[in-house]
Design a protein around this ligand. Structure first.
Ligand code: G1P
Length: 289
């Protein structure tokens, strides 16, 4: 199974992050020293994927610009002899091949993925990941998913167990565990009401899909929230082709949730030896206040 491209929908308004995201794409909000989208892209690169298809809207030019050169800034850094910073800028600019397609109306995650059909084509499997869901630790996220998809030659979704009272925030997968942490998907339901499903396996925005998903996306009717739901098309794909759900390792941060966003900032700050001690001291100070 060849997986060369990743589709990353970034067209959403980011209403959960207003006012911070009023004029800046939510994907460009920083977590420590990088914008959210850079972490998402780095995860794809770790999985060996360098062709990135952003599904964008009118106000998302900055997302594409982030992965491009910035000649003015580079000239300033060069004149000032700031070679380490210059290297950082070049590293980001050279990280991926950027492709993009407009999602002209925001009709849901499934619709966003469908917009990428022309770029993805119909030959190869591809990965998809949501633009504000971060995963860290070892091979967590796409590397883990891509490896499983290649091994079993099947579409795969990343899942994590969530508390029973939170199933209504996610797509929920149901299926049989065939190996520890690996499930054959039997059904999927988008945001079921609490108490209506037995499973607590939540989709965490990581997918390896085969191009026939597009035919299913063409067919699905608007679902939860009146949106074209990727989960509804996944349920069809699971029935027709088969699908695996892979329990993801690692820690997940939902960058659109303020507690997770702040926790992610602290997590990355604490991992940097340059600021670890000082940050820890300040956090202790704040906790004792
Ligand atoms: C989307 C998907 C949902 C998935 C979630 C993960 O929902 O529709 O199936 O569980 O991402 O973050 P959203 O968070 O966009 O409402």
């Amino acid at each position: 199974m060849e997986i060369r491209k990743v589709v990353i929908p970034v067209a959403g308004w980011g209403t959960r992050s207003i006012p911070a995201s009023k004029n800046i794409p939510k994907e460009m909000l920083p977590i420590y020293d990088k914008p959210v989208i850079q972490y998402v892209v780095e995860e794809a690169v770790m999985a060996g994927i360098r062709d990135v298809v952003f599904v964008t809207s009118q106000n998302k030019k900055l997302v594409e610009d982030h992965f491009d050169y910035n000649p003015q800034l580079e000239a300033v850094l060069e004149r000032a002899g700031k070679t380490a910073l210059l290297e950082k800028v070049h590293h980001v600019a050279e990280m991926i091949t950027v492709m993009s397609v407009r999602q002209k109306r925001q009709l849901g995650l499934g619709h966003a993925v469908l917009c990428a059909r022309g770029i993805v084509g119909h030959d190869d499997a591809f990965a998809a990941t949501v633009g504000d869901d971060l995963m860290f630790g070892g091979d967590a996220g796409l590397p883990q998913l891509v490896e499983t998809a290649r091994k079993h030659n099947l579409p795969c979704i990343g899942v994590m167990e969530v508390p029973a009272d939170k199933v209504n925030r996610y797509g929920i997968a149901m299926g049989k565990e065939i190996e520890p942490g690996l499930f054959r998907v039997e059904n999927l339901v988008e945001k079921p009401a609490v108490g209506t499903v037995d499973s607590r396996l939540a989709i965490v925005g990581r997918y390896v899909l085969t191009p026939d998903i597009f035919d299913h996306l063409e067919k699905v009717k608007p679902g939860v929230g009146g949106e074209i739901q990727l989960t509804d098309a996944l349920a069809m794909l699971a029935r027709e082709r088969g699908m695996l759900a892979v329990k993801m390792h690692g820690i997940r941060f939902d960058a659109g949730d303020w507690v997770d966003y702040l926790a992610a900032n602290v997590y990355f700050g604490l991992r940097d030896p340059k600021i670890h001690d000082e940050l820890q001291r300040r956090i202790r100070e704040l906790l004792n206040n």
